[in-house]
Design a protein around this ligand. Structure first.
Ligand SMILES: Cc1ncc(COP(=O)(O)O)c(C=O)c1O
Length: 498
């Protein structure tokens, strides 16, 4: 058999303790079925505290808005609602997310409405006093007309910018860099229209500041955009407007794989497999974006950088510490000098280490690959646990039903197949190495799925059940649990107020 290529997950307390308690996780899946999502609400509060510590280190004011889209859970939202109202808010991207946030205990002034918005979403956001992150001049006009027509109070708005340009070196005559293209936001070059619309609608809209969200891991690109927003806000102030907040969006990232070495070995092996110089390591030779053209590897891997030396709060710290390309001072200093509040909208990184997804093994049989590989058929489909769909590759953890009887075994390469009657329903198209061959009844635990992988793509195809979600908490030496919808941030978990 080929040497095992692992992508071992990064697990930290309390997720590590939860994963280590196989009997508890088996009892949950026995009672509630497979697939099953398990969340740790205390971990989301701890992550919010880590982001706040970065604000403190840089002496910055402003709020951390959780990007709700990353997870539908009520428990996570309610736990965050219990945090300091001045420090933690929520970013909602639909009418239903807004209703959910209100029902979980967020007051309107802690809510930011982002993304594409219809009239109902705009009306409810305006009605409850949320801040509206405006996508375009058209949206601005629609919101203003709505406020006027329904006699609503002035609405705080941010303007989302895109299409940042920056020239490097040569006294401004060097290379022109354009930020990542986005279908959201108003290009910086079209700002004049937006600013005059803000001036004309000052009776209905209160211009609170500028915003951006760049879908990139590039820290320099983000620091450049931040500086351009500061310069833009200077211009706004020069023409009599009074913006005070800069929203730098989300995208602080998560490290899924524990060891850099695992990631480097695996990605190198993928290139070799695409070239045909080592045996295939993916289902039917899938290349994750790479292809072999006459002995040369072409294309780019469509993969999330699953090993990240710096992510989450550390990555925010890095952006804030980086000298701004034009003004030369660190981004945090620019914000302080201008007395700007810093808003951030972390999704994935705020729910880092906040949960796992369980799948029951239904069947194990040899694969048709002649390489000693097996197919492991799970009571879960690719929509239930969509790490793969989001380009995140990381190993599951095997939880044998009977740990003592399972023995040591030998590492095996397996393909994880889903419960849909569909050739393409693979939990991952990658050969996964497990420490031993699983048996029917065992569980596979996918760690760190709370960000986008738990419920973002879950569906009812073939009337298969979608996962239930539970919240758990460690109390002394036992775990307490309750259904996600029954969780309130009151101790003891699932118990009476007391
Ligand atoms: C406007 C906006 N803010 C925040 C986020 C959250 O990004 P992440 O989960 O990468 O932190 C997104 C993600 O799509 C977004 O579109």
């Amino acid at each position: 058999m080929d040497a095992p290529l692992y992508l071992r997950p990064r697990v930290e307390p309390p997720l590590a303790a939860l994963l280590a308690d196989g009997p508890f996780l088996h009892s949950l899946a026995d009672a509630l079925g497979s697939p099953l999502n398990v969340l740790l609400p205390e971990a989301v509060a701890a992550n919010a505290a880590r982001f706040r510590a970065v604000y403190r280190r840089h002496r910055l004011t402003g709020r951390v808005y959780f990007a709700h889209k990353a997870n539908r859970s009520s428990a996570l939202l309610r736990r965050l609602a219990a945090e300091d109202p001045a420090a933690v808010g929520v970013d909602v991207a639909s009418t239903e997310e807004l209703r959910h946030a209100l029902g979980c205990g967020f007051t309107g002034d802690r809510i930011m409405a982002t993304g594409p918005k219809d009239a109902a979403f705009l009306w409810l956001a305006a009605r409850v006093g949320a801040t509206v992150n405006l996508d375009s001049p058209g949206e601005l006009e629609r919101l203003s007309a709505l406020v006027r027509a329904h006699g609503l109070g002035r609405v705080a708005v941010l303007v989302r910018l895109s299409g940042f340009e920056h020239t490097t070196g040569n006294g401004g005559a060097g290379t022109r860099l354009l930020s990542r293209r986005s279908r959201f936001g108003t290009p910086v070059r079209d700002m004049e229209e937006l600013l005059s619309a803000l001036e004309h609608n000052a009776d209905t809209l209160e211009f609170a500041g500028a915003a951006y969200h760049l879908d990139t891991t590039g820290v320099e690109e983000k620091a450049r955009a931040l500086e351009q927003c500061v310069l833009f806000m200077d211009e706004c102030r020069a023409r009599g407007l009074a913006p005070h907040a800069l929203d730098i969006g989300g995208g602080f990232g998560v490290g899924y794989v524990a060891e850099a070495e695992d990631w480097e070995r695996w990605t190198t092996a993928l290139t070799e497999a695409v070239l045909g110089v080592r045996p295939p390591m993916t289902w039917r030779g899938h290349g994750y974006g790479l292809r072999n053209e006459g002995g040369t590897v072409r294309g780019a891997t469509a993969l999330y950088p699953a090993y990240r030396p710096t992510a989450g709060p550390g990555y925010l710290d890095e952006i804030l510490s980086l000298p701004a390309p034009v003004l030369g001072r660190p981004a945090a200093t620019l914000l302080l000098e201008h007395l700007h509040d810093l808003y951030i909208e972390p999704g994935r990184s705020l729910v880092d280490q906040c949960g796992l997804s369980l799948a029951r093994v239904l069947d194990v049989r040899p694969a048709d690959t002649d390489a000693g590989h097996h197919l492991v058929h799970l009571a879960m489909n690719a929509g239930d646990m969509s790490l793969e769909e989001h380009g995140v590759l990381v190993d599951p953890v095997l939880l044998p039903r009977d740990e003592a009887a399972a023995g040591d075994g030998e590492a095996v390469g397996v393909y994880l197949t889903g419960n849909l009657c569909l050739e393409g329903d693979l939990i991952t198209r990658r050969l996964v190495f497990l420490p031993r061959l699983p048996q029917a009844g065992d569980l596979l635990a996918f760690a760190n799925t709370a960000g986008y992988a738990m419920d973002f793509r879950a569906h009812h195809a073939q009337r298969q059940p979608v996962a239930r979600t539970v919240a758990v908490e460690r109390r002394g030496d036992t775990w307490r649990w309750c259904p996600d919808e029954d969780y309130w941030p009151i101790t003891p978990l699932g118990g009476a107020v007391g």
